[in-house]
Design a protein around this ligand. Structure first.
Ligand code: ADP
Length: 161
């Protein structure tokens, strides 16, 4: 079975990592897809996000990290995937995720989305929280893999307060 896990990953957190670990146990191949989305003003460029994510996930032999700038459903068809994987945290994620899953299904009826629940300890963790804490010199080492922490420190000057 082939899964695709799309997201912004600006940057990847231990919450994303947790979902990859879970999905890695389900799929034979898993594509982590960095979506190039002009609407979102990202801290890291698409190339940086691909490199950082690839580095953070290098131990997962079944996982490939790529970027894509088109529609998710087109990537899904291109890879002949079976499922889109998304992570769910608190109930607050539900409405947005439901909307996206149903929109993708209405664009392409073969698209099925599989939701995986994160660990309880990551329920309130998001890339934007990590960036906000880091911008005020807070310690984010508990929330991201060490190689991602290094990149956040390098970008510190560009973090909005
Ligand atoms: P997007 O902009 O597509 O929401 P994100 O990188 O913010 O991209 O998230 C990608 C996916 O990972 C989403 O399904 C999101 O709900 C999920 N996710 C983000 N943070 C966590 C976390 N702490 N635990 C589990 N899933 C998460």
């Amino acid at each position: 079975m082939i899964g695709v896990y799309p997201g912004t990953f600006d940057p990847l957190t231990l919450g994303h990592y947790d979902i990859v670990e879970r999905a890695n146990n389900v799929f034979d191949e898993l594509y982590v897809v960095i979506m190039h989305n002009n609407e979102k003003n990202t801290l890291f460029s698409t190339e940086e996000r691909v490199d950082m994510t690839r580095n953070a996930l290098k131990d997962f032999k079944k996982v490939k990290v790529e970027s894509y700038s088109g529609l998710m459903v087109d990537y899904f068809k291109l890879k002949e995937a079976d499922y889109i994987v998304r992570g769910l945290r608190a109930v607050s994620d539900f409405e947005y995720e439901l909307q996206m899953a149903l929109m993708n299904r209405s664009l392409e009826s073969s698209v099925e989305t599989l939701f995986l629940m994160t660990s309880q300890k990551y329920i309130f963790l998001s890339s934007s929280t990590v960036k906000a804490i880091a911008s005020h010199n807070g310690d984010v080492s508990k929330f991201v893999p060490p190689c991602i922490l290094e990149k956040i420190i390098e970008k510190k000057g560009q973090l909005e307060k």
